[in-house]
Structures are given as C-alpha cells and as structure tokens.
Ligand binder design. Structure first.
Ligand SMILES: Nc1ncnc2c1ncn2[C@@H]1O[C@H](COP(=O)(O)OP(=O)(O)OP(=O)(O)O)[C@@H](O)[C@H]1O
Ligand SMILES: [Mg+2]
Length: 318
C-alpha cells in the first residue's frame, strides 16, 4: 500500500492565493453569535452577494472583511493576506461603501472626493483628475460645487459609490448600495456596477433586493441568524429550491389543498393564498385553474425572492 501525505497547510495557502476573499469565521457580541461560523470565498473579478433578513449578520460579515471589526475566531484572508497582520496593504486595495451615509456634510461634492484621496496619498493633481472622471462616471459633474447635504438620496448614493473608487480598488465592498433609491437611480447604479465589473473589479455586495442580486451577482449566499443557509448561482438556487414556475391561488378551496398533497407538490399555505411550487410541471396550472379556481390564480416564473422567503420564512425577524 502506498500512502501519500499531502500537507493541508500547503493546499490551503495555494487556495488563498487564488481568491480575493476567503473566510471561515465567527463574530460574537457578548452571548450573541452575530456571525455563527460562516465559510465562503470570492474569486477575483466575481460579484458575490450576501442576502438575508434584517439582523442576519450581513453588515457584521462585511465589516470584518474590510477590517472595521475583528473576528472572534477563524480565518479571514483578503488577497491571500491575513486581515489582521496585513491590514495596511489590504486597505489600499479595497474600497468600501458603508450601509450608512459616511460623506462629510460640511464639504462639497468634489471636496468629499479630494479629501478622501488624501487618505491614500494621491498627489493633488492626480486626485483632481480622478475626481473629475468619477463625477462624470456618476453624472454629478454639474453638481461638483454643491454641498453634499443638498443632494437627493439617489445622488448621495452615487457619491457613496464614487468615493471609494478614487483609489482604483481591486475589491469593492457595498453594504446595501441601493436601499431607498427610486427605480431609475437603482438601474443607473446597477449599470455603473456592471461597467466596473467588466473592468475586472471584484465586488462583495449585501442587498435586500432580490432583482438586484439576480442581476449583479455571479454567486451568492443567503444568511439567516448568523449562518449561511445556501450558496450558489442565482439561477441554480431558484431551480434547486423552487423549480421553474410558481402558481399562486387566492382563497384556495379545501379540495385544492388535498389535490396538492396527493400530487406531492411543495407549497406554502398562507391561509388566504396558496403558493404552489410548480417543479417544472407545465400541465399543473391549467389543471388547477380548470378544476379548483374560482378566485384569482396566476402562473409566474420562480424568482430568487421565492427562494429567500421559502428558506428564511415570512414572519418578521426583528
Ligand atoms: N456592535 C454591536 N453590538 C452588539 N450587537 C450587534 C452589534 N452590531 C450588530 N449587532 C447584532 O448582530 C446581529 C447582526 O446584525 P447585522 O447588522 O450584521 O445584521 P444585517 O444582516 O446587516 O441586518 P440589516 O439587514 O438590518 O442591515 C443583530 O442581532 C444585531 O443586533
Ligand atoms: Mg446591515
């Protein structure tokens, strides 16, 4: 018998080198395990999403990744480097958009960018040039002299996106970048993020918008109570957990519930509405519509929101 000994430390160190983020970590606040042993990695050039209900641990996770909050236990590597030991060199390669507005209210739009450039020792001429490019990129060059307090919510979010880009980061971390924006502003921000991604930027994103995650994320995790429930590509998660389509029946008749049981179909019973996961059976909608529906009955494509609600439940978490 031939025994081959492979040193797991060598394998792991190779693995870190190929990922922009590698983590296997925990965060406790007193007795609360806000992040309760999660494990994921993000490849270079990928957009990776963290979804989860309020209080799931998303912000706590990204704060550890950008070095704002130390992990309680585990391993966290960014660009293959240890976040605690190599923080200085990691910091200069990442950009962060926090969940809250962290712009300086006393400064103008342009000054906010220029002051930020100073943290990275960018020479003033280069900083002005870069600020000009970024203001064009977010369509705010005509508001460069305005106080940031005079900007609308959408403009403020665009500024929050632009500021960390002053340093040409390799990894951009976005904590709920489009919360509170109107559809136009969200679509514009998505387009900007897609352009950045095409340029090779790695993105770590938290969001409550499932359409945003479906559109932007190559892979994502859904977190709940500090743990990761599932990980995968959006389309794979939908197919695996919900199927191809969903049938929603308002005020369902009792015999529909019996039919659903007899067909071994997965469903969610909300009382006034039955949500039936079609599992690729195209014939079901017509059969259910013809035999059991007197009120509303719709057939629609399954979405990431169905996966999210199925896995994390429908009741409020906080
Ligand atoms: N500094 C802190 N001290 C104590 N508890 C904290 C602290 N920060 C977060 N928590 C708790 O950790 C848990 C996770 O919070 P976190 O902010 O990471 O959630 P989230 O998923 O980002 O939620 P949201 O969607 O509302 O932004 C919550 O129960 C929260 O109350
Ligand atoms: Mg949060």
């Amino acid at each position: 018998m031939i025994l081959i000994f492979i040193n797991p430390r060598i394998l792991l160190s190779d693995y870190y080198q190929d990922t922009d983020i590698y983590c296997r970590m925990k965060k406790k606040f007193g007795d609360l395990a806000a992040v309760d042993g999660i494990n994921f990695h993000v490849n270079a050039g990928e957009c990776f999403g963290i979804l989860g209900p309020n209080g799931a641990g998303k912000t706590t996770t990204v704060r550890m990744v950008y070095g704002f909050s130390p992990k309680t236990a585990g391993t966290l590597k960014v660009f293959g480097l240890d976040i605690e030991k190599d923080w200085r060199s990691i910091k200069s390669r990442i950009g962060v958009c926090q969940q809250e507005n962290s712009l300086d209210p006393d400064l103008s739009v342009e000054q906010n960018l220029l002051v930020f450039a100073r943290y990275f020792n960018i020479p003033p001429g280069r900083a002005r040039e870069k600020a000009q490019q970024l203001l064009q990129f977010i369509s705010l060059d005509n508001r460069r002299g305005a106080k940031v307090t005079a900007l609308s919510g959408g403009m403020t979010r665009r500024m929050i996106l632009a500021r960390p880009l002053i340093n040409d980061p390799e990894l951009l971390i976005l904590d709920e970048p489009t919360t509170g924006l109107d559809p136009q502003a969200r679509h514009q921000l998505w387009q900007r993020l897609e352009e950045l991604k095409t340029g090779g930027l790695t993105v770590l994103l938290t969001t409550h918008y499932m359409d945003e995650a479906s559109r932007l994320c190559d892979r994502l995790v859904i977190m709940h109570q500090g743990k990761i429930l599932v990980e995968g590509k959006p389309a794979d998660l939908i197919r695996e957990h919900v199927g191809h389509n969903v049938i929603e029946v308002d005020d369902p008749a009792e015999n529909l519930r019996a039919f659903v049981n007899s067909q071994n179909l997965e469903c969610e019973d909300l009382g006034h509405r039955l949500i039936i996961y079609g599992q690729g059976r195209d014939d079901l909608f017509h059969e259910i519509g013809d035999r059991f529906c007197t009120g509303g009955c719709i057939l629609r494509m399954a979405t990431l929101e169905d996966v999210f609600l199925k896995l994390t439940g429908r009741e409020l978490k906080e």
